[in-house]
Write a protein that binds this ligand. Structure first.
Ligand SMILES: Cc1cc2nc3c(=O)[nH]c(=O)nc-3n(C[C@H](O)[C@H](O)[C@H](O)COP(=O)(O)OP(=O)(O)OC[C@H]3O[C@@H](n4cnc5c(N)ncnc54)[C@H](O)[C@@H]3O)c2cc1C
Length: 189
């Protein structure tokens, strides 16, 4: 049984925390956001995680760096825990980074004398622009068409959620030039 610290308590981190705890590991999950998750799928996952024996989810705790001990392999940092904004370090046999795509892990490893992690990045050929909206009264706008609208190489996706929230996402080819005008038979809109 290992003592595991997971950095980040969103969907991926919570899922991993539950799996490791159910395998018998002693898991501490550190999530910097002090707020409980909103009433979405994430809340359901978070409630399952809270009820999982062996998994302690601590919200409002931000990891600020790694703690290292004497290296077992010369030149390779031996991570023995994490530092947090609460002050006292938290020891661990294993530290897992689930802090999302803006992870600070590369800089923490560099500060500990390690090499940067290898990263696989693939260009999808598309670019996304997204904005989230909400209404004051909890209502959603009346749909004027399907959720997905295609216009040449540009598509828009309108996704309703709960509590008066919705998202509008515009997807375009990354190599598109000047913007095009969508003509759906009735002229420019
Ligand atoms: C507009 C949009 C639409 C998307 N649509 C889809 C979709 O339709 N389907 C799909 O599968 N995916 C979709 N995704 C992607 C999906 O949201 C992400 O892949 C997913 O949320 C990643 O989860 P995660 O747990 O890895 O990271 P995140 O959700 O980024 O969570 C990371 C967590 O780590 C915490 N954290 C960060 N740093 C620290 C720290 N130092 N200490 C402690 N905690 C820390 C953060 O507070 C956060 O809670 C979409 C993303 C966007 C932006």
């Amino acid at each position: 049984m290992a003592r595991v610290v997971i950095v980040g308590g969103a969907v991926v981190g919570l899922g991993l925390g539950m799996m490791l705890a159910r395998d018998g590991h002693d898991v501490v999950q550190l999530e910097r956001d002090p707020q409980p998750p909103p009433d979405t799928v994430e809340k359901v996952v978070a409630e399952l995680a809270e009820a999982t024996p062996g998994l302690a989810v601590r919200r409002g705790v931000a990891v600020t760096g790694l703690v290292t001990g004497p290296p077992a392999i010369p030149g390779v940092p031996h991570v023995t825990g994490v530092r947090t904004d609460l002050g006292a370090p938290i020891g661990a046999d294993v530290v897992v980074d689930a802090s999302g795509r803006r992870s600070a892990l590369p800089s923490w490893l560099a500060a500990a004398g390690g090499r940067p992690p290898e990263e696989d990045v693939e260009d999808s050929g598309f670019v996304y622009y997204g904005r989230h909206h909400h209404s004051d009264d909890g209502s959603l706008p009346v749909p004027l068409g399907g959720a997905l609208q295609n216009c040449g190489s540009v598509s828009s996706l309108t996704l309703g959620a709960d509590n008066g929230h919705w998202a509008v996402i515009v997807v375009a080819r990354a190599d598109d030039g000047a913007p095009t005008v969508c003509d759906r038979g009735g002229g420019p809109r």
